[in-house]
Design a protein around this ligand. Sequence first.
Ligand SMILES: Nc1ncnc2c1ncn2[C@@H]1O[C@H](COP(=O)(O)OP(=O)(O)OP(=O)(O)O)[C@@H](O)[C@H]1O
Ligand SMILES: [Mg+2]
Length: 359
Amino acid sequence: MSSTSVTEVQVREALAGFPDPETGRDAIEMNQLQDVRVDGSRVSIRFAVTTHSFPIWADVQQSLIDRIKQRLSQVDDVQVERAEHERPAPRAGEMGIPVRSVITVGSGKGGVGKSTVSTSLAFALNRMGAKVGILDADVYGPSVPHLTGTLDQAPRAQQGLPAVVDGVSVMSIGYLVPADQAVVWRGPLLHRSITQMLGQTQWGELDYLVIDMPPGTGDVALTLSQIIPTTGAVVVCTPQEVALLDAVKAISMFRTVNIPILGMVENMSGFLCPDCNKRYDIFGSGGARAKAMEMDVPFLGEIPINIGIRESGDNGSVASIVQDPVVAPYFEKLAYNLVRNIAMMAEKEPPQTQLPVLG
Ligand SMILES: Nc1ncnc2c1ncn2[C@@H]1O[C@H](COP(=O)(O)OP(=O)(O)OP(=O)(O)O)[C@@H](O)[C@H]1O
Ligand SMILES: [Mg+2]
């Protein structure tokens, strides 16, 4: 081709400093640019990211294309192929759990859909290519075994192996203590039960550990903040004013224990009538978005009231609701926004030295 054609070296230079979406570090230094081919004004590259970043791959791909085109004006076509960057997950906390991001899902008020949102979010992340685990930290009323239809896997859990559904690993006190046995978890006992579930489970390598929190109480948040570095919290609320007030309390609770807020979710936001396609805002709508703005926290998205969501919870098939064509896009958007916010946080503050802990 002519003298205007670019070279492989120029492409590599154009991408110098491109941030790895998981860690915010220079991806080129970490050998994530695995192949560069140039043919006249056409460039094709192979770029590797960890499965942690698969949910936002389309964005990463577009940023790579934009960067190359902006810096090398003679390039008019860029193809980017995705590869998996295989590097071990950092060991989080004193227990050394191999996990890249720990997400707690909480609310101030009970019954707003934390367990529904946390499990669906986990399954959505899993469908988008990430390796995911769920820890049911609601030791007062564990509902994750039921929601995920995994109670029959209790014997596995009793041996320290997580229950597995659709490739997602699950651990809950519900596998270990009979459902009708009321346990008053307080202080040291609460701390110990959560520490054991977290530390004695063979999670394998995880991109995301999603933690379903009990309503209100700060005890569990405090325990978690002491034993595992948390990437951030997702606060679930419904549009009613009372739920919003409680969400504000939940945000300050997380702030008190130094857990950053990754965003707010408005659950049960409007009912889309399957017969007439009309939307009914049963509890109102938009309140969480406005409250998030007011509190200066990101808004992650809304989940409508949907009969299928309720039924999937009742019959233990939450894993499949994220494949339902009507509601799956809402959960995918939530997962996408969450991962994008984590990437933005990482880019702002990449880890200082090695990667022992990602917090
Ligand atoms: N978007 C939704 N559409 C329809 N039903 C929903 C939705 N979200 C949650 N539900 C239903 O509402 C009930 C409460 O949800 P869930 O158990 O997830 O709430 P929670 O906040 O975890 O409750 P708790 O505070 O008791 O832990 C469940 O029956 C669930 O199926
Ligand atoms: Mg719950």
